[in-house]
Design a protein around this ligand. Structure first.
Ligand SMILES: [Zn+2]
Length: 407
């Protein structure tokens, strides 16, 4: 039976040559025009700042910063950065006034992500003021370090501790300075591990670490186990031997939950082939980043093989009907190919990414896709697509936005 979540992939696969005419001459004007479209639609009023980096205006500021860092857009660098500053300044004011300190500590949906991106933009503009948002970001450590942090689930990527660690990782990569002290990082990692141990024990799980978010035991990148483990691996130097063992056991446990190259959205669910989720948020296209990180650390071929199988599934079922974005859209699928290119150096993956980029501009895609609420947004809309198109021009440096593996 046909999968209703995706378009059939009718492209022929790689036969040894990349697609011609997909260089900077063609892509730069397409990106510039997409950015213009986005800037026409992004709200600039403080009453419209909800959604954080995920689907608020702050995600557009991140995209502008990302484009401005690419030398192919050097002519527009200043304009893009100044626009990014205008947008992020409004979001910073909005989140400064947020009464809920837990929302201020959230990465993709709240303040931590906004402060992090503000610091990057200020730094790129050469403003010494970048220390202000950076200090606000650092102070959030106190909010998320206690084990009792969020009742709905303290450890996932969007609002929990994994998100705070992820933001600190991206900030260290972009600013080139230490963001948190070793003790601060250690205490957050310990809280994540203790919280996962307690949950697994309480629910009598047959494995060492597990988490839930609003009562659901997610496995994928969005709210699930995979991105929590990915962040613990990203800081594995800070873990004790016993903590590392727990994390690696959990990585292997998750690897064994694979069902035909994919992972169910939640623990123990059975995947129905005709209805499976192949999204960054739920499924192989997001879980792949954990196994990429595991492979980069210990070079075990089974982790790379797992990533490669994920990439095969994405080639089959990744032309998604939920828009062009990175969370559950075509650009999110295509980022897996850029990840695989960086892991293997195989040009086949550039070719596949080129095909997915091409598809976003087809009539078939426009006519057959569901409409997206915030078309300008980073995770569901065109800002994520723009990041992908820019990364496809410089695949050796490509990274899924705000989700670094190669650090
Ligand atoms: Zn999603």
């Amino acid at each position: 039976m046909e999968n209703t979540r995706c378009f059939a992939n009718r492209f022929s696969d790689y036969k040894g040559a990349l697609l011609p005419g997909r260089g900077a001459e063609a892509v730069v004007p397409a990106v510039v025009s997409a950015v213009d479209q986005i800037l026409k639609r992004v709200p600039i009023d403080i009453s419209d700042c909800d959604g954080g980096l995920y689907d608020g205006p702050a995600g557009v500021a991140y995209m502008l910063h990302h484009v401005s860092e690419c030398p192919l857009f050097s002519e527009r660098r200043d304009v893009y950065l100044r626009t990014a500053k205008q947008i992020i300044d409004v979001s910073v004011r909005y989140v400064d006034a947020e009464p809920d300190k837990n929302m201020r500590a959230a990465f993709l949906l709240g303040g931590a992500g906004i402060y992090a991106v503000a610091a990057m933009i200020y730094r790129s503009l050469g403003l010494a003021d970048f220390v202000k948002p950076l200090t606000k970001f650092r102070n959030l450590w106190e909010v998320c370090a206690p084990i009792s942090f969020l009742e709905c689930g303290s450890d996932e990527l969007f609002v929990g501790r994994a998100g705070y660690l992820c933001a600190a990782l991206v900030l260290r990569q972009k600013l080139g300075i230490e963001i948190l002290s070793k003790d601060q990082i250690k205490s957050i990692c310990q809280a994540i591990i203790e919280s996962g141990k307690q949950y697994a024990r309480r629910k009598r799980k047959p494995f060492p670490l597990m988490y839930s978010y609003y009562g659901t035991e997610y496995l994928g990148a969005a709210h699930g186990l995979s991105s929590v483990l990915q962040m613990l691996l990203s800081y594995q130097d800070m873990l004790s031997g016993a903590e590392k063992d727990l994390v690696w056991q959990s990585v292997d446990f998750l690897m064994n939950q694979e069902q035909n190259c994919n992972w169910p959205a939640e623990l123990g669910a059975i995947i129905e082939r005709e209805n499976e989720l192949v999204h960054w948020c739920h499924g192989a296209p997001g879980v792949a980043y954990l196994f990429a990180k595991a492979y980069l650390i210990n070079k075990k071929p089974q982790y790379l093989d797992t990533c490669i199988r994920s990439g095969e599934l994405v080639w089959q079922k990744g032309l998604l009907k939920k828009g062009p974005g990175i969370c559950h859209g075509v650009a999110g699928s295509a980022y897996v190919f850029l990840l695989l290119y960086r892991l293997t150096g195989n040009s086949k993956y550039i070719y596949r990414a080129q095909r997915f980029a091409e598809f976003v501009f087809t009539e078939e895609f426009k006519a057959g896709s569901h409409s997206v609420t915030s078309i300008y947004s980073l995770f569901e809309g065109l800002s994520g697509t723009v990041c992908f198109l820019v990364d496809l021009l410089q695949p050796d440096q490509s990274e899924f936005p705000l989700f670094s593996v190669f650090v």
